[in-house]
Design a protein around this ligand. Structure first.
Ligand code: BES
Ligand code: MN
Ligand code: ZN
Length: 499
């Protein structure tokens, strides 16, 4: 899709659809504000705003066909919600909702008048990102799938806006939107069509497109690296595991920091011998969302080009029951030599990540961030709207949280006190892979902490947030691409970056 900006008079724009925001300035009945000073637009909107048919409620859609005095074929008044709350997060969502509203009517191109409540470049970036993300569909394998992609969007900005800054912002917004969509398209794939081998191929293809270095390893190398925890999960499956290393190492970047990203890539989690109930098991195709997140984040980083080193490690395998599968009670040895008593084979994510984290450290990471659909317990704790954040380092957690706030992704820090370690102490080995019923998301993170040593580290439990159970006006039900934006923003904020 092409996205351009224009400072023309909105009333004069030739387009199948012109989107204009209407915000609620408070009071009863609410004082409605059309976010445009175009006399022609104000004139056609006035009777609607006075009628009470328009409420300004967030993402409300009111269509006007062939309005007089305006070159556009249609005008869409979109509710922007409370005026004082209108910021880039809302602009991103409204742009996405506009894109989806256009698609629903088979309109391929539209123009959107950007509000001036924030700087034009910031608004343009958010809108471009929202439009690209809003153009994502989940009907990949429907035989009647139409070509429903948008072709062009025009963002209307004030005549005083800095054109170069707006163009750059649009380009960045497209990169971020497309990178999230890549993550979402991977999470959406069924496990028969996205095996560990194919997931690694998709990572490799992304690297080839963006100029990243990429290595893909099979079972022999994984065994050579003594990744006994990772292999113990893989041994039950007929599909071979894959270990993927992606590297972004710009020539002028300082030797340190090296950001190490680690992703859980379970292409299907049946639970293994501790098999899951069949109801809802089909959803476990998205248990590779952590790996998909890192693929999307590396794409964004490769294209935004911060002056900092970033490496990513993906641990890709299925978790299956079979005659060769590991069994409850088995003891496994991770790459760092720690012995693990496997109480529950369904707590497999922490096993593969244990070795992934060790390997990222061995590759030179000075800061670690992992993403994983790790526990049902984080869904109990935080529901569908906040990523669970765990960290062994307050400074890093604060910096990361600042990036999350800036990009509008909701994340919530959880505790990680040493007391919780008691729950994962094993009698036969150093550690066991489950900590009982209570605080399950915390004991899972506590397990990971055993493999990062003193390296500043953040663990993102995205089990509740990587898949939206409900569609929104700006995105369909399904994979969300959560954390890609924050990871990219965080990489761009590291010391050494000029971004
Ligand atoms: N992949 C699951 C966690 C999960 C649950 C992801 C719901 C997305 C939605 C993970 O491997 C798992 O099975 N965790 C177990 C751990 C338990 C056995 C200690 C869980 O949360 O039940
Ligand atoms: Mn599991
Ligand atoms: Zn899992």
């Amino acid at each position: 899709m092409k996205i351009v900006s224009s400072a023309s008079d909105p009333a004069a724009i030739q387009t199948p659809l012109l989107v204009v925001l209407v915000s609620d300035k408070g009071g009863t009945p609410p004082a409605l504000e059309l976010l445009s000073d175009s006399p022609a637009l104000r004139q056609i909107a006035a009777p609607l705003l006075a009628s009470g048919d328009v409420t300004g409620k967030f993402a409300e859609l009111v269509w006007l066909l062939s309005p007089s005095g305006v070159a556009a074929q249609r005008v869409l008044l979109i509710g922007a919600g409370k005026h004082e709350k209108l910021c880039i997060t809302e602009i991103r969502k409204l742009a996405g909702a506009s894109a989806r509203a256009a698609k629903a009517k088979n309109i391929k191109s539209f123009a959107m008048l950007l509000p001036t409540v924030v700087d034009a470049a910031a608004a343009a970036q958010a809108a471009a990102e929202g439009i690209v993300a809003g153009d994502f569909d989940v009907d990949t394998y429907q035989s009647e799938r139409k070509n429903q992609q948008l072709t062009e969007a025009t963002l209307l900005v004030a005549a005083t806006a800095d054109e170069a800054a707006v163009s750059k912002a649009i380009a960045d917004g497209i990169i971020l939107g497309e990178s999230q969509n890549l993550t979402r398209s991977l999470a959406l794939e069924p496990s028969n069509l996205l095996t560990p081998t194919l997931l690694a191929e998709r990572a490799r293809a992304m690297c080839a497109e963006t100029g990243l270095a990429c290595e893909v390893y099979g079972p022999e190398k994984i065994r050579e690296l003594k990744m006994g925890a990772f292999l113990s999960v893989a041994q039950g499956s007929d599909e071979e595991p894959r270990l993927v290393v992606m590297r972004y190492e710009p020539a002028g970047a300082p030797a340190s920091p090296v950001l190490g990203l680690v992703g859980k890539g379970i292409t299907f989690d049946s639970g293994g011998i501790s098999i899951k109930p069949s109801e809802g098991m089909e959803k476990m195709k998205y248990d590779m969302s952590g790996a998909a997140t890192m693929i999307g984040a590396m794409r964004a980083i490769a294209m935004l080009k911060p002056n900092v080193r970033v490496i990513a490690v993906l641990c890709c395998t299925e978790n299956m029951p079979s005659g060769r599968a590991q069994k409850p009670g088995d003891v496994q040895f991770a790459m760092n030599g720690k012995s693990i008593e496997v109480i529950n084979t369904d707590a497999e994510g922490r096993l593969v990540l244990a070795d992934g984290l060790c390997y990222a450290r061995q590759l030179g990471a000075t800061h670690l961030i992992d993403a994983a659909t790790l526990t049902g317990a984080v869904v109990v704790a935080l529901g569908y709207y906040n990523v669970g954040v765990f960290s062994n380092n307050d400074d890093l957690a604060e910096d990361f949280s600042a990036s999350a706030i800036r990009t509008g992704e909701k994340m919530w820090r959880m505790p990680l006190d040493q007391e919780y370690f008691e729950q994962i102490r094993s009698e036969i080995a150093d550690i066991k892979n489950t900590g009982g019923r209570w605080g399950g998301a915390v004991t899972a993170a506590m397990f990971l902490k055993e493999f990062v040593n003193e390296v500043p580290w953040i663990h993102l439990d995205i089990a509740g947030t990587a898949w939206m159970e409900e569609g929104k006006a700006w995105m369909p039900k399904g994979p969300s691409g959560v954390a890609v934006r924050t990871l990219a923003a965080f990489a761009c904020s590291l010391p050494g970056t000029s971004h």
